[in-house]
Design a binder for this molecule. Sequence first.
Ligand SMILES: *Cc1c(COP(=O)(O)O)cnc(C)c1O
Length: 669
Amino acid sequence: MLKKNIIDEFYSLVQVDDSDGHYAKDIKDNNYFGLPLDKIVAAEKRLRSSGEKGIAYFSMEYGLATSCYNKFSSQLPLKEENSLPENAVFSNFRVADYFFVLHSDNIIDLPIYSGGLGVLAGDTVKTMADYKLPAAAIGILWNSGYFRQKFWFKYGQAPEKMHWDPYTYPGLIPLKNRIKISLKSEDVYLRLWKYYIYSSKHDAVVPLILLDSNVEPNSENARNLTDQLYRSDNVFLKLLQRVILGFGGISALSELGYNIDIYHLNEGHAVFAFVAKARGLADDEVEKLKSKFVYTCHTPVEAGHDRFSFDDLNKVLKQEDTDIIERFGKERPGLANLTLLSMNISSATNAVSHNHQKVMHIQFPKYKDQIQYVTNGVHPYTWMSHNFQDLFEKFSAVFPDFKSNPMILSKAVALKADSGFRSQLWQAHQSNKADLCKFLDKWKLDKDIFTICWARRVAAYKRPSLILHDISKLVRIAEEIGPIQIILAGKAHPNDNLGFTYINEMLDKVDQLNEDYDKLKIIFLENYDISLGKLLTSSVDVWLNNPLPPFEASGTSGMKAILNGVLQMSTVDGWVAEAADRPIGAFFGYKNSEGSVGNEFDLHMNEDAEELYATLSGLVRLYYKTNHNGKVDASSAWIDMMIECICVAAQFNTYRMLDQYKSLIWKIA
Ligand SMILES: *Cc1c(COP(=O)(O)O)cnc(C)c1O
């Protein structure tokens, strides 16, 4: 009786478009692709009631990987195009590269993200579910994802269009609901999709609404708008992707009857949502509307601030819409700036680390009083390895409820003198490292060799090739102190020519070391994604982060690493500046002078490579004092640092982050 009611309620609240009935196999009784259906019904009802302040979170991308979190199951077999492709490896152990590729049985990450911004959005929404907030997330269904990275021998990255099948992706459902957005010379129809993001305990969900222009009766051009994330080769495509998120998001919320009081713009990409809401309002109503919008800025890098000429805006948008943009977002005559627009229409603006706030204050002095900061975080139970979860469970007297209160991890300091904890911590790390070695078995990694990783988006300011800057020095460290394994991974945006050049250079450097793999093994993994990110951040000994300060607004991959006791080797930038007084690794490199932003293209490669090699030498030396061919010295300072990493992770997570959003930005605490 009860079950029947739940399923009926679900289908009346959620208009699933299921003409051939295949979703009925996965949505029945109290079951939604293996997770509880009644939590969806509760969330859908709650968003439609008017008792609470609903939050709508807008983001161009969401990093969600069923392989790491929200394990949806399906009665249908996994479609070939939704399973992970075989990935190539480019290493200086060339025989293995020729004969082997990497296999995984996993499903692909939901392909609607490109990097850190998306991962942050995904982790934020998971935490909203953990906090049982009345929230909905809005994004776009990218029909061809971002892109698939293929190595073209040692000559660089060949971006390949990716194909996936949203109709059979577990947990993702198309709705019958269509909405329409009206542009100057045509209407664009959008189909709505839904994906549900469960809390860690499966006791609450946040719906993610995805917008899709690939429907009848749209023109061919309109159908392609939601094809690939971040197309920037054509200004109209770039503009219309943002228009779809903003206009489409607002229409979708009203189509679904959600009651929303707070509109959170994760990046300025979504700011046209304000334009859609402000249409036709009187001045005092526009002022009231501003109190409902908040904005998070994610980068100090120039390319991250969208600008469009009013000529272009006028070609696409109706006059009443460009009037609103002109009124709130004009940088100078003829030019609109979405960052300024976002700040002008929001009641709260935040940077994503303390350092980033200082940079924003320099970049936007007129907005100084308005710009706060909330340092980013990572969702602990997505990024903490099972071996570490098991370890903390064993020490539950110290970490009683770490699953619902990650702040308790700071208590690890009390275990510094506990030799049992110290050796089990090392064992947990070695087990993670053994998983990495198994994954790369054909490349013959050794879990008792010092292993360092650089894996992130390949962008100039992140200085991807810094560790390879002088390979003769690298070889010398490996010969004189001890062998080294280096793992690299990262995609360059297909229109970023500089990024391409970095990948060429890196592959070329690896190629030059073809003979030296006994003491220095370098492995560049193709097609970096969340599943690889999780494996790498939890299993290497040292996480390398060497952006040029102050251009890394926050960075989050190092936060994933410290949750797993992985030491940091980093320049002092982004979140790291807030942890650099703690012994969690080694810090080095250029420091920008307070009060100036500096030049993002003056990369200080020579000086910083020198410092990098000196810092690396120190860490390799300490590593081999700690690990003698598999025999560990549990009293080593290395293990003190691992423990300190865990203490610091108590702070750099999305629970602390959401507490701050609630009190400082949404003002609902
Ligand atoms: C965490 C993560 C990022 C962000 O890393 P940064 O350190 O912020 O550059 C990017 N891509 C993937 C796949 C990630 O998991």
